[in-house]
Design a protein around this ligand. Structure first.
Ligand code: MD3
Ligand code: FE
Length: 201
């Protein structure tokens, strides 16, 4: 495993073997069966190109009223629990002494991207965020705490872990594009990213 620092964000390349990635993929598939993926609508009324669902106490949601965490799937059902396999990743990488409230699952198909943004819908930015990438490679961009700060770009591959803490927690970041079809982990191609977050104070 190779460790790289990108503007204060810690990237662990190839943290997971192919069998481990396959098992995680299957755990995420089970979550998406219980809590189907949907396309959140931005506050400007435009559906995002990334499809999402969540597990845990809260799921991330957006519509014309804004970005927020909600305690039920938009269809009304409970969010499924975060699987043990994923809680173990948090324990192994976060160095935090509490468990996450949300496992957000982002699904990128051909052409999907995520514009430069800050993650600031959580109550306490002193908790880190831990992310795992699966499937197709993605061009990840990370800057500083001001939108105008210079950015660095790096490709995220299947099995990579990103840990965001300290000053980098409020860094602007986004996904410029994916290399569609670069991995065979997901049937039909595409990319899945999970982010583990503490939401409550
Ligand atoms: C850097 N997801 O869901 S994960 C998001 O690949 C999100 O789907 C991206 O940004 C994705 O909000 C990037 C890595 C990540 C997550 C949170 C961060 C990087 C971050 C917070 C601050 C700085
Ligand atoms: Fe983000």
């Amino acid at each position: 495993m190779q460790r790289v620092n990108v503007n204060g964000v810690e990237l662990f390349k190839s943290a997971f073997s192919l069998p481990e990635q396959t098992a995680l993929r299957d755990d995420l598939r089970a979550i998406a069966r219980a809590a189907p993926m949907f396309s959140p609508v931005t506050r400007w009324g435009k559906p995002m190109s990334v499809r999402m669902t969540s597990a845990g106490k809260y799921g991330w949601y957006s519509d014309r009223r804004g970005y927020r965490y909600i305690d039920r799937h938009p269809s009304g059902g409970d969010w499924p629990p975060i699987p043990e396999s994923i809680l173990k990743i948090w324990s192994d990488y976060s160095e935090a002494d509490r468990m996450p409230d949300c496992c957000l699952i982002n699904h990128y198909t051909e052409g999907a991207k995520m514009g430069l943004h800050q993650d600031c819908d959580e109550a306490d930015f002193s908790w880190p965020v831990v992310s795992v990438s699966l499937g197709d490679e993605a061009l990840f961009r990370v800057g500083g705490s001001e939108r105008s700060d210079p950015t660095q770009s790096v490709w995220l591959a299947s099995g990579d872990v990103v840990v965001i803490g300290g000053a980098a927690r409020l860094a602007f970041h986004g996904i410029d594009r994916i290399k569609f079809g670069s991995s065979r982990l997901l049937e039909g191609g595409g990319r899945i990213n999970i982010t583990l977050r503490v939401v409550d104070a």
